[in-house]
Design a protein around this ligand. Structure first.
Ligand code: SIN
Ligand code: CO
Length: 382
C-alpha cells in the first residue's frame, strides 16, 4: 500500500516535510535532535505541577483502573500510583531552557504554535489511545517509548475516567520505539498511543488552528468596539409579488454586509490580535522603568530578551496589513526605517545595541520600555 510508505525518515528535509507530511500524515523522524540533552527533569515538572497557575495533571493506571489528579498537585504519593504520567502544559511559559526544543520547528509560523507540554511517564505508563484535534511533534527525551499511530476514522470514544478521553483501539500504521532525540509527528485526528518502555520524558510541541467560532469571536469583539458597525438598509427597494417571499437579493445583501465587515481593517486588526494572543499574564514591574533609563541602559550595552514563552509577530505593512509588531494581543506600530530593530525584537534573540547598524529610534526604545514594564521582555543576564 503506497499510503503506508515513507512513514519513517532517517533524514529530515523541511520542504519534503511541508509538502508531504504536515497536516497530511504522521511520520517518525529518527535522530531529529542529534545528541539530545533534556533541558528539564521530572523534579522540575513536579515543581511546576505544584503551582496553581500551571495547568498540570497526573494520569495513573493501577491494575486497569484509570485515575486523573488535576493540578495543582499537593500529594504526589497519593496521585503517583501504579503506572503514572505527569503532564505539564505550557512549560515554555515558565522555563527558558526548553526553547531549543521548539526552535527547530520554526518552519511553521509562530502564530500556529500553541505551547510545549512536557510529560514524565513511568515504565508501562501512558495516557491510553486517543485523538487530538491539533498537530503535535512528540519529541522523545530520556527513556524509551513505543508509539503507535493509526489512521483517522470514526472511533468509539470511551471515558475510563470523567477527565480522560480515550478511544477503543486502532490498527497501527506506525509502531515504533523511540529514543532520545527521535520525533513522531502526528497530524490532527490521527489516533496515537505511547507506551513507556523505560521511564520517559516526552516534549509535545503543540499547535493551534482557529475554527469558525473562534474567528467569529474576533469579529464580534471588533464589532463590540464599534468598528465596521453597519445596519441593513434598503432604499429604492424593488416591488415584490407577495410579502412572504424572501428574495435572493436580500439574502445576498445581508451576507455582503457581514463580508464587508470581515474585509475591514478593523477585522484585520482583531485577527492579528487573536493570532498573537498567547494567554500570557502581564507581570508588570513593581517600579516602572522610564524611557530615559532604558535608553541609557541600551546605550551602555545592556542586553534584553523576551520573557519565557513570549513570541512576537510582525506584519510588514504590505497587502493591506499594517506595519506592526504584535505581542500577546497588543499592537505596536513602527516606521519602515525601524524594521530591522523590530525584527531583531521579534526574533526572540538576545537584544542589545550591537544588533543593528542604525541607532535605535525613539519608537523602538519606547516599545522596549513598554514591553519591559508589562513583563513581556526582561533584562538578560546570560
Ligand atoms: C504524553 O506525553 O504522554 C501524551 C502526549 C500525547 O499523546 O499527546
Ligand atoms: Co496525544
Amino acid at each position: 500500500m503506497t499510503f503506508m510508505n515513507n512513514l519513517y525518515l532517517e533524514h529530515f528535509d523541511r520542504d519534503t516535510f511541508l509538502s508531504e507530511y504536515w497536516q497530511q500524515k504522521p511520520v517518525v523522524i529518527k535522530r531529529f535532535f542529534p545528541n539530545f540533552v533534556d533541558p528539564v527533569d521530572e523534579n522540575d515538572l513536579a515543581g511546576l505541577a505544584q503551582e496553581a497557575e500551571v495547568d498540570s495533571r497526573i494520569v495513573s493506571n493501577t491494575n486497569g483502573q484509570w485515575d486523573v489528579a488535576q493540578g495543582p498537585i499537593e500529594d504526589f504519593d497519593q496521585a503517583c500510583k501504579g503506572q503514572w504520567t505527569l503532564l505539564v502544559q505550557g512549560v515554555d511559559k515558565y522555563i527558558h531552557d526548553v526553547t531549543p526544543i521548539m526552535t527547530p520547528f520554526n518552519f511553521i509560523p509562530h502564530w500556529r504554535l500553541d505551547d510545549l507540554m512536557v510529560s514524565y511517564a513511568t515504565q508501562g505508563a501512558g495516557v491510553g489511545p486517543h485523538i487530538d484535534q491539533y498537530d503535535v511533534f512528540l519529541v522523545q527525551g530520556k527513556g524509551k517509548r513505543r508509539w503507535r499511530v493509526g489512521k483517522p476514522d470514526n472511533y468509539a470514544e470511551i471515558l475510563p475516567h470523567p477527565k480522560l478521553r480515550q478511544i477503543e483501539g486502532f490498527e497501527p500504521i506506525i509502531d515504533v520505539v523511540v529514543e532520545p532525540g527521535d520525533v513522531v509527528y502526528v497530524p490532527p485526528g490521527w489516533p496515537h498511543d505511547g507506551e513507556t518502555i523505560a521511564d520517559s520524558l516526552t516534549y509535545s510541541v503543540g499547535y493551534r488552528a482557529p475554527d469558525n467560532l473562534q474567528l467569529a469571536e474576533s469579529l464580534a469583539m471588533m464589532l463590540d468596539r464599534g468598528e465596521a458597525q453597519h445596519r441593513y438598509s434598503d432604499p429604492k427597494r424593488a416591488p415584490q409579488r407577495a410579502p412572504y417571499l424572501v428574495s435572493q437579493n436580500d439574502v445576498t445583501a445581508l451576507k455582503l454586509q457581514l463580508i464587508n465587515a470581515i474585509n475591514s481593517d478593523g477585522f484585520t486588526h482583531a485577527l492579528l490580535e487573536a493570532m498573537s494572543e498567547q494567554g500570557i499574564p502581564e507581570y508588570p514591574l513593581d517600579t516602572e522603568v522610564t524611557l530615559q533609563q532604558v535608553s541609557n541602559e541600551f546605550a551602555a550595552g545592556i542586553s534584553f530578551a523576551p520573557a519565557p514563552g513570549v513570541r512576537a509577530l510582525i506584519t510588514e505593512g504590505k497587502h493591506g496589513l499594517p506595519r506592526a509588531m504584535f505581542v500577546n494581543g497588543t499592537q505596536f506600530n513602527f516606521a519602515k526605517t525601524d524594521s530591522e530593530w523590530f525584527e531583531a525584537l521579534a526574533s526572540g534573540n538576545v537584544l542589545n545595541a550591537t544588533c543593528c547598524q542604525d541607532a535605535p529610534s525613539f519608537t523602538f526604545l519606547e516599545t522596549l520600555t513598554t514591553l519591559l514594564n508589562n513583563g513581556y521582555w526582561e533584562w538578560y543576564e546570560g
